[in-house]
Design a protein. Structure first.
Lengths: 395, 386
């Protein structure tokens, strides 16, 4: 029943583990997913350094086919890399969104010229990409997007706005979805574009998040002129491109994240758990909660093993990605909250001398809320599970 | 990377599903609800298929399979609400006798067990954390032991030929195999919520038990039971997964066909999201059940994965069995609908060998002591094929 790994998989895991042990050091380990203003410069530098190390180590293109400069690794090997990265709490790299979310649709839908032009610098981390999908009036209902692109001679003219765009303020390029046929049914009038963010008419405003950090942005496009050849895939065929980016990548990206959750709880117990040995009512109840939080992450661990085992024997990834994502989101929230309980009321101090570990625990507690919103809300994931796994009728 | 049942195990699961749907239709299950008899035919057929003796070595007439194989049958038994002492006999009986009975006894017991003619009941085994003192005690009397006390809830206690009893002795907790035919042994039916378990309260009035009926050394009861309980918990997880799966299937089917406000109720998000939550719980339970079946076969690990699995399955099955009734509305609350079988089995199984609150607390306490993180320090190596 396993999990059982092959010799090759064990060898690869050992290789990755040794490389990570050498490569993840204090230069790149900055502790948080996204920085608040005081840490931003250091964070960006660390993420860029990680991009360089990943590429030099040959791991940047692990999942990419060999013809595009990657290693063509199987799903299992990608998962092993993700697991080991999570275990060592390695950074993602600023090129992360490009490599995982923008690269695959370019490989699948791009022209030869586009592949030659965009893929190599993306892989090297020299051009950073973001994903311009959500809009103020198109969140869960992405296909309702209203930003328009109109053909004017040799250019498309983009008008509208995007929001919740992670890392747009660090990006050079955006994979943009815009409406090109307002009269077509909503899924059929959308086109994907490759947009140079230095084009005149683009304004990018970082949004200050609940945590104080600015990981995402709002962008305004005013008569932005985009060369005609920067369409990705067919005109009005953008929905298929969007679906490619939302495919099984998402499930693989989350691989191994139980490690990070468990490490979080473990650190909280090691540093602040000593008063839980006193048998008090608080200790008794809290230790039960600790057990529950840990169990939620172990649940995630074996759910992932089971799905990945199925994928590596060739089954197409389906709505399991939604189920994994939701399980992870809930397990993360559990881990973040129980850590605060272990620390006690002083965990509320956000900054200054009284802040516990410079507010890192609090930051995870803040981040927890985004987990059931980003990449599809929990409610959307439940719709996917109900409709595509259980076959229930659409609402 | 492979995780989950292999091809042979899937075949076994298919056979077990076919067997239970053929041999145990709902009408037959219902006949047993009001003071029916032990399903001897069903038991004998299962024995003939090699399932009762699955964990018994071939030299004792068993099938020589591993726990992971047997859990395929147990999952189907849970799905079918099988009123059979599979946990007690095929898992606990086979493993406790197989690992700890004296050779002179082991062969006779194991071959009868595998042949379907020795039904074993158990406990309850009081775990170290349990508050009440062990209700059964034993003392030496010449060449034998005298066992005395009573246990209020013993599933299949009146059907068993042999009851495994955990008793306090001067040497410490000791495991005895008490023949039901012994003088001073009495079993009276108890109307447990889950009637398919055919519970009895068992009394021991100075029951004389020969020395060779002690499993393991006197005072070494825990050493014998610990691995057996791990396996039993993994087995319970499989049963709970099977039942939860069926409860979801019934609910999904109903939500698709039941029309209110001119639409199938399964198109309403209030219902749909409930079903998604049930599916989310089930998928998590299933992975853990496989992991537990795999881990319970290996020894000497600090990894609390079996306890995690039991606790998560307890909670998941409870939620799924409850929400299945909610999705069905009034019809779900009737005696005539099958859902109450699942609701009541979930109640019994989560109380058997570890309730969630105890397990989570014990896991949390281990983590505080720095145990349970073992698997995260070293890469997983290929596990033995279980």
């Amino acid at each position: 029943m396993g999990p059982e790994q092959t010799e090759d998989e064990l060898r690869f895991r050992a290789e990755v583990r040794a490389w990570l042990a050498r490569s993840v050091d204090d230069t790149v380990r900055v502790g948080r997913n996204e920085p608040e203003p005081s840490r931003e410069v250091a964070w960006v530098a660390a993420e860029r350094e990680w991009d360089r190390r990943l590429h030099a180590g040959g791991y940047a293109g692990l999942a990419w086919p060999k013809e595009y400069g990657g290693r063509g690794a199987s799903v299992t090997f990608q998962v092993i890399f993700a697991e080991e990265s999570a275990r060592t709490e390695a950074p993602a790299g600023l090129s992360f969104l490009g490599r995982h979310l923008v690269g695959p649709p370019i490989m699948r839908h791009g022209t030869d010229e586009q592949k030659r032009r965009y893929l190599p610098p993306m892989l090297r981390g020299e051009e950073i990409w973001c994903q311009g999908f959500s809009e103020p009036n198109a969140g869960s209902d992405l296909a309702a997007l209203q930003t328009t692109a109109t053909l004017d001679g040799d250019h498309w003219v983009v008008q509208g706005q995007k929001i919740w765009t992670s890392w747009a303020h660090y990006s050079d390029w955006m994979l943009l979805l815009a409406r090109t046929d307002p009269d077509a049914p909503k899924h059929k009038g959308i086109t994907a574009f490759l947009l140079d963010l230095r084009t005149p008419g683009i304004q990018i405003r970082p949004i200050r998040q609940l945590s104080g950090a600015s990981g995402f942005n709002q962008e305004f496009f005013d008569a932005v002129r985009l060369p005609r050849e920067n369409v990705l895939g067919p005109v009005n065929g953008g929905w298929d491109v969007a679906v490619t980016t939302l495919g099984h990548e998402r499930a693989i990206l989350n691989a191994g994240r139980h490690h990070a959750n468990i490490a979080h709880v473990r650190r909280a117990l090691e540093r602040y758990g000593s008063d839980l040995r006193d048998g008090s009512p608080r200790a008794t109840l809290l230790l039960e909660r600790v057990g529950r939080a840990y169990a939620a992450s172990r649940t995630l661990e074996y759910l992932q093993h089971r799905y990945v085992s199925g994928w590596s024997s060739g089954l197409p990834p389906g709505p399991e990605g939604s189920l994994l994502r939701l399980t992870w989101s809930l397990a993360y929230q559990d881990a973040a909250e129980v850590a605060l309980e272990i620390i006690g009321p002083e965990a509320q101090v956000a900054s200054g001398a009284g802040a516990v570990d410079e507010g890192d625990w609090l930051y995870a507690f803040y981040e927890a809320r985004s987990r059931t919103i980003a990449a599809g809300t929990a409610e959307i994931q439940k719709n996917v599970i109900a409709e595509r796994m259980l076959g229930l009728p659409r609402s | 990377m492979h995780f989950g049942p292999n091809d042979e195990q899937r075949d076994l699961q298919r056979s077990a599903r076919a067997f239970f749907s053929r041999e145990l239709p709902s009408e037959r299950l219902r006949r047993g609800l009001d003071g029916g008899v032990f399903e001897r035919d069903l038991w004998t057929s299962a024995a003939r298929l090699g399932w009762i003796g699955a964990l018994v070595p071939e030299r004792h007439g068993g099938s020589g399979l591993v726990l992971g194989d047997l859990t395929m049958v147990l999952e189907e038994a849970g799905r079918a609400i099988a009123p059979l002492p599979l946990l007690e006999t095929a898992v606990v009986g086979a493993l406790a006798i197989g690992s700890a009975a004296v050779p002179a006894r082991a062969d006779g017991w194991l071959s009868a067990l595998a042949g379907g003619t020795l039904i074993v009941a158990m406990g309850p085994f009081h775990l170290p954390n349990d508050r009440p003192a062990m209700p059964v005690s034993a003392r030496r009397d010449g060449e034998s032991w005298l066992v005395d006390g009573s246990t209020p809830i013993v599933p299949f206690g009146a059907d068993a030929d042999l009851v495994l009893t955990f008793a306090q002795t001067a040497d410490g907790p000791t495991l005895f195999a008490v023949p039901a035919e012994s003088a001073g042994f009495g079993a009276a039916p108890v109307d447990l919520a889950d009637r398919t378990a055919r519970a009895a309260s068992v009394e021991y009035h100075d029951v004389r038990v020969p020395r060779d009926h002690v499993l393991g050394a006197p005072g070494a009861g825990w050493t014998v039971l610990e691995p057996v309980i791990r396996a039993a918990r993994a087995a319970l997880c499989a049963d709970m997964v099977g039942g939860a799966q069926r409860a979801i299937e019934l609910s999904v089917e109903y939500a698709k066909q039941r029309v209110q406000f001119d639409r199938p109720i399964g198109s309403f998000q209030a219902v749909k999201h409930k079903l998604a939550d049930m599916q989310l719980a089930l998928e998590g339970m299933r992975g853990l059940a496989y992991a537990a079946a795999s881990a319970a076969g290996s020894h000497g690990s600090d990894d609390p994965i079996v306890e995690v699995a039991k606790a998560v399955c307890n909670d998941g099955y409870r939620m799924i069995a409850s929400e299945a009734i909610q999705v069905h509305g009034g019809i779900g609350f009737t005696w005539d609908h099958d859902l109450h079988f699942y609701y009541k089995r979930a109640l019994r199984l989560r109380a058997t060998l570890g309730a969630s609150s105890e397990l989570y607390h014990s896991i949390g306490t281990s983590l505080l002591a720095g145990r349970g993180f073992v698997s995260y320090d070293e890469p997983r190596t290929a596990a033995p094929a279980t």
